[in-house]
Design a protein around this ligand. Structure first.
Ligand SMILES: *Cc1c(COP(=O)(O)O)cnc(C)c1O
Length: 242
């Protein structure tokens, strides 16, 4: 096999982008009157070769997100993951749960009781607890996973009953919007759900994390209470799908 040679201009771009995005995240927190340390930048690494991911990790990135179980398991041994938190952010099929439980620190994309039960079962069998976020389909788009906000509370109560799984908050991907104002309304509505549920103090539900905002809209997300922004292409460049 031919040896993969990293492109040095792309390596430099990852460095410049990572630093610039990190400052923009912190600045938007300050503009919103928030503590910049309360907002974390996740580097979203799907389709990105390990050398470029390692560049971001060496610069101090301490949280990565991958979409696919297979891709993550295939790359993880090449990554500089000491002290780095790993989240699964893509749609998870129940038949892949066995492979991913124990390999990541959080599964952000739980949207059904069936999936939660499987995570609970596998986690119990492996003698560990899996932290999860519940994914909300805030724009009620048929093409997207996630549950509707109206069904959220019931699902949280059901998941809270399960062993070896711990709800840590909510995740969402809003619809593609034409304006910052429009996307901000979705983010604000998610923040409202997050605060409402936090106020209910449901047993076994810690509403600590609100994961929202991507390359095109992370500043609006931070302005509306996000504490994890998930940024891929603005750090690593446009994705090439193979
Ligand atoms: C790909 C992806 C992102 C990052 O998207 P960009 O627009 O490249 O920043 C964030 N969250 C999820 C769930 C994703 O699948």
């Amino acid at each position: 096999m031919e040896k993969f040679i990293p492109d040095s201009s792309r390596m430099q771009a990852v460095e410049d982008n990572y630093k610039a995005i990190l400052s923009r995240v912190k600045e938007s927190a300050v503009r919103a009157g928030r503590n910049p340390d309360d907002v974390r930048l996740m580097a979203v690494t799907k389709t990105v070769e390990s050398v470029y991911i390692n560049k971001a990790l060496d610069l101090g990135a301490d949280l990565i997100g991958e979409n696919r179980v297979q891709e993550f398991l295939g790359k993880k041994d090449e990554l500089h993951l000491d002290g780095v938190e790993k989240h699964l952010i893509g749609h998870l099929q129940t038949n892949k749960v066995k492979q991913i439980v124990g390999e990541v620190d959080m599964i952000e994309s739980v949207d059904s009781i069936k999936l939660a039960k499987e995570i609970s079962k596998v986690s119990s069998a492996k003698n560990l607890t899996t932290d999860i976020l519940v994914e909300v389909n805030v724009g009620k788009e048929e093409s997207k996973s996630g549950i509707y906000a109206e069904q959220l509370e019931e699902l949280l109560y059901q998941i809270a009953e399960l062993d070896s799984i711990k709800i840590k908050g909510l995740m969402t991907i809003p619809p593609i919007c034409d304006s910052e104002k429009e996307v901000s309304e979705y983010f604000a509505s998610m923040y409202q759900s997050f605060i409402d549920i936090k106020g209910k103090k449901i047993d076994n539900v810690d509403m600590e994390i609100l994961s929202m905002g991507m390359s095109g809209d992370f500043e609006a997300a931070v302005a509306n209470g996000s504490n994890i922004v998930r940024v891929g292409s603005a750090i690593f460049g446009e994705r090439k799908y193979f």
